[in-house]
Design a protein around this ligand. Structure first.
Ligand SMILES: [Fe+2]
Length: 286
């Protein structure tokens, strides 16, 4: 039996205006359970909401650690347009050659797998992508990583400012892969009116703060995980509890149960990129 938990928010419902562009962001896909529910639910979700642009964070898609070229292409096959990542991006080393294969090949699928743009100069891969939807709307996706409680990288705030100077699309989505809520909320305000949406990722716990800021940027501090909620942010709970009890090294294995698809749906004006609504979603598989 499948059960759907769908949280309606205070933001306005979809307007139904034909000109509106609907965007789906899928939160961190974790291991096989996460991929399984994406396979099962993503097509119906896209159809139900007439979604034209789908972005997913896939940094935990391969057993909870990293992403492989094969898994990336499976996610593209399922209807994902762009895949973002974060601190686990290099856990599966084969993704490095895959990303490098996109050099000089803008049309390749590999070019649509991003690593955070504020990684050190010379890092393989790309931190942003610009494309066009099936109805001809230009869009850009920027991937950034936070610096609070994470590896120190370049300043994501100023780097976003720089990138925006060279992006011509009006519809711009930002995946801010970060630990601290303060840093994520701050970036939303910093970019308000200059991007369509700032989606927080990494903590795997969805926050109940989705809103459209005054100048038209939709934000949610963390969109949550697409994976097994019966564990501890995706990992078998016994292993993590033992880790906290002993501080001993242990092998992390994905949990299996209570699989959910978490994400956010945003509607915007494709001519201006201004968001009109954001809706938090959580679909449950049983
Ligand atoms: Fe992460």
């Amino acid at each position: 039996m499948r059960v759907t938990i769908k949280f309606q928010t205070g933001s306005s419902a979809y307007s139904g205006a034909t000109a509106a562009l609907r965007i789906l962001f899928v939160g961190d896909i974790f291991g096989r359970p996460g991929r399984s529910i994406v396979h099962e639910r993503l097509p119906e979700l896209q159809k139900q909401y007439n979604v034209e642009l789908t972005v997913a964070n896939g940094e935990n898609a391969a057993g909870g650690f990293g992403i492989t070229p094969q898994i990336a292409e499976e996610l593209f096959e399922l209807g994902t347009d762009v895949i973002t990542t974060g601190n686990h991006v290099w856990d599966k080393r084969e993704i490095i050659d895959y990303m490098n294969s996109a050099n000089g090949n803008e049309a390749s699928l590999a070019r649509r797998v991003l690593r955070p743009a504020n990684y050190p100069a010379g890092t393989p891969g790309f931190g942003w992508y610009q494309g066009r939807t099936r109805s001809g709307v230009d869009y850009a996706v920027i991937n950034l990583q936070g610096r609070v409680f994470m590896t120190n990288n370049d300043d994501p705030f100023r780097l976003a400012d720089e990138l925006l100077k060279s992006i011509s699309a009006k519809v711009i989505l930002v995946d801010f892969h970060a630990e601290a809520t303060s840093e994520k909320v701050a970036l939303g305000w910093h970019l308000d009116g200059r991007v369509t949406a700032v989606f927080g990722t990494h903590t795997h716990v969805p926050t109940a703060d989705e809103r459209v800021l005054p100048n038209g940027t939709a934000v949610q501090t963390d969109v949550g995980m697409t994976g097994p909620f019966a564990g501890v942010i995706g990992v078998q709970k016994e292993l993590i509890v033992q880790k906290f009890l002993t501080n001993m090294p242990s092998r992390f294995e994905p949990a299996a149960d209570d699989v959910r698809l978490c994400g956010a749906l945003v509607e915007c004006d494709p001519a201006t990129g201004r968001a009109s609504s954001i809706e938090r979603i959580m679909l449950k598989q049983e």
